[in-house]
Ligand binder design. Structure first.
Ligand code: GAR
Length: 194
């Protein structure tokens, strides 16, 4: 079984990235880690990835005159590393239709809400303000609309009466860590069948 070469795109601490790298270290997992790419040189996850022996790259969005130029540089880096599937893991740049189309059905994202509820930012505060009894996370294919692509998998947690956005975020994050490796496996299987 040929494993798909995976790139994980991050902007920060990379705890979801770490779970994906751990999963992809198993020889029977359908993806193998080929690259961790960050748009921020100071992303903590870069050091973690290096510690796992994974190649890293930085494409700082601030160095580019336009979003398109930034994305072309990312795309070239991904292709130079023979990447076949991209997992966004706390990657905090909105992607243009050009990049999304180039990686159509080859790029997934994890989002800390039960999509289609609460696309965008501050998901936990919004769930608490609304009075929701449950919250959670979603892994979805990346499409042109922000956090709008088809959902691959979701996990749910109860919202407690005394939750703050921080306590809820921590409970959801534990579920993200469990969900993302499973959902990436599923995405690889879907790609293989096509
Ligand atoms: C995660 O909670 C992820 O779901 C969220 O950022 C956090 C990154 O944490 N992503 C988004 O909000 C994307 N819109 P991590 O760097 O420790 O994985």
């Amino acid at each position: 079984m040929k494993r798909l070469r995976l790139a994980v795109l991050i902007s920060g601490r990379g705890s979801n990235m770490e779970r994906l790298l751990e999963a992809a270290a198993a020889p029977d997992y359908p993806a193998e880690a080929g690259l961790v790419l960050s748009n921020r040189p100071d992303a903590g996850g870069l050091e973690t990835a290096k510690g796992c022996g994974i190649e890293t790259a930085t494409v700082p969005h601030k160095d580019f005159a336009s979003r398109e130029a930034f994305e072309r540089a990312m795309d070239e880096t991904l292709r130079a590393h023979d990447i076949e599937i991209v997992a966004l893991a706390g990657f905090m740049r909105v992607l243009t239709p050009w990049f999304v189309t180039r990686w159509h059905r080859r790029m997934i994202n994890i989002h800390p809400s039960l999509l289609p509820k609460y696309p965008g930012l501050n998901t936990h505060a919004r769930a608490i303000e609304t009075g929701d009894s449950e919250a959670g996370c979603s892994v979805h294919w990346v499409s042109e609309g922000v956090d709008e692509g088809d959902v691959i998998a979701q996990a749910r947690v109860a919202v407690r009466p005394d939750d703050t956005p921080e306590t809820l975020a921590a409970r959801v994050l534990s579920e993200e860590h469990r969900l993302y490796p499973q959902a990436l496996r599923r995405a690889c299987e879907i790609i293989r069948r096509h």
